[in-house]
Design a protein around this ligand. Sequence first.
Ligand SMILES: [Zn+2]
Length: 156
Amino acid sequence: MRTQRQVVDYSLQKRAVLRDVHNGKIGTLEVCDASPYLKSAARFHGEPTEDRCPICRRDNLTLVHYIYGDELKQSAGQARKLSELPVLAMTLREFQVFVVEVCQSCAWNHLAEQYLLGRDALTADELDQVEAIAASAAAGRHRETGLSSHGWDARR
Ligand SMILES: [Zn+2]
């Protein structure tokens, strides 16, 4: 997503946790503790992946995107579908996204990454483009701009 910035990747922490699980230093119950809320967020708002769960290997991981920020008001802390984020990123100045990976079989969960989204990252020219696109969309002349479907470049 083009306004994505300040990305923090937690794959090193994940590797360390998994190593401890495989060494027996941490029990699987301690890491497979997704709450009912997280599990239902995964079911209803989650983004399926091709990655197998590192713990049970029965199911693919689901990514859940939580959004935080003052501008979100009562929506802060909610899980959103990945496809909803580009629209928010064009309407809000700045908000934080936390991406949590969840296994819906064994309840493994881990923070995968966090980043900022929002139009604060756009240059004046880009903002003009966004305004123009928003105006043409509002006028019912929506063009394929690519703005909302730039792929998920954070997925590595
Ligand atoms: Zn699992």
